[in-house]
Design a protein around this ligand. Structure first.
Ligand code: RIB
Ligand code: CA
Length: 308
């Protein structure tokens, strides 16, 4: 058994967060230490309930879940129900979990676990960066206690997906992103739309999987993506969060540029992430999409057609 990588997933479950949880649980080289939640795609009550329900569905309801930020640092919460639907899972009704959240709130749990296992844990942020910004505020030494941080966020050399400028996780809490990208974290990798827009699950693969679905992870993937494919007629759905998890477990999937990142907080360019020169953030600008997609499909028991 290869050495497992201990990870904490910070999520705003959400359709692709659910797929990322399934990928983490289906990866033998991952040790899912805990999951922290926050407001993002939908409100924190829903992201927390969705996370508990997804973990229970996948048979991992022993995984500690810690509820986190209920809103951005300095702005009202703006959700992404236009894509994830009102319940955050594309309208999928999973059985409610009997699981409960841990006593620590998200930021406190991240700090506690990093202190308990110094240098071991990779924190993977799959939603707005509010929890991480709060944790860094109260424990500036966090960066030296974590093995690394991987953030799904930003659009560095491509247009955004909320506005022309901004990717959703950064747009949702630009002040938090600004604090994280300027914090000097010793190991910070940014997985932005530059690479996640090269990794999508196709409708044809979804249909082929639905026709012969058996595995709980595959059933989950078919269910949470149904609305996008059937009701909205999309031909593919981007695997933003699963790619960030895959990179945390296998950094060689992407090619990075070491950069300094500026985050805009003015209204007109809110959430724009710009490379402003050399720096310590590793910005992913290229990805081995084929290798990632095959691994994603294999670990969730999905049908995958080459060149889909
Ligand atoms: O822009 C994509 C990101 O925003 C993903 O994390 C998705 O879940 C949404 O939170
Ligand atoms: Ca997310």
């Amino acid at each position: 058994m290869p050495e497992r990588t201990p990870i904490i997933l910070d999520v705003d479950t959400g359709i692709d967060d659910a797929l990322a949880l399934a990928l983490a649980l289906g990866s033998p080289e991952a040790e899912l230490v805990a999951v922290t939640t926050l407001a993002g795609n939908v409100g924190v009550e829903a992201t927390t309930a969705n996370t508990l329900a997804v973990l229970a569905w996948l048979g991992l309801d022993e995984t500690p879940v810690h509820r986190g930020a209920s809103r951005p640092l300095a702005r009202p919460h703006r959700d992404a129900t236009y894509f994830h639907d009102a319940n955050g899972l594309g309208g999928t009704e999973l059985p409610a979990s009997s699981g409960t959240v841990g006593a620590d709130r998200g930021p406190a749990a991240i700090i506690r676990l990093a202190r308990e296992r110094p240098g071991e844990i990779v924190l993977v942020c799959l939603g707005p960066l509010t929890n991480l910004a709060i944790a860094l505020n109260v424990a500036p030494e966090l960066g030296t206690l974590l093995r690394g941080v991987v953030v799904m966020g930003g659009a560095f050399e491509v247009p955004g997906n909320v506005t022309l400028h901004a990717e959703f996780n950064v747009f949702a809490d630009p002040e938090a992103a600004q604090q994280v990208f300027s914090s000097g974290l010793p190991s910070l990798t940014a997985i932005g739309l530059d690479v996640t827009h090269q990794t999508a699950w196709s409708r044809s693969s979804w249909e082929a999987t639905r026709a012969a679905v058996g595995d709980p992870a595959a059933k989950l993937a078919v269910a949470v993506c149904r609305q996008a494919f059937e009701d909205r007629g999309l031909t593919q759905t981007y695997l933003h969060d699963p790619l960030a998890v895959a990179v945390a477990l296998d950094p060689d999937l992407v090619r990075n540029e070491d950069a300094a990142i500026a985050v805009e907080t003015d209204d007109e360019r809110r959430g724009k992430t710009e490379i402003i020169g050399p720096g310590s953030t590793q910005v992913a600008l290229a990805v081995d999409a084929e290798r990632f997609l095959r691994r994603f499909a294999e670990r969730l028991s999905l049908h995958y057609l080459v060149g889909d």
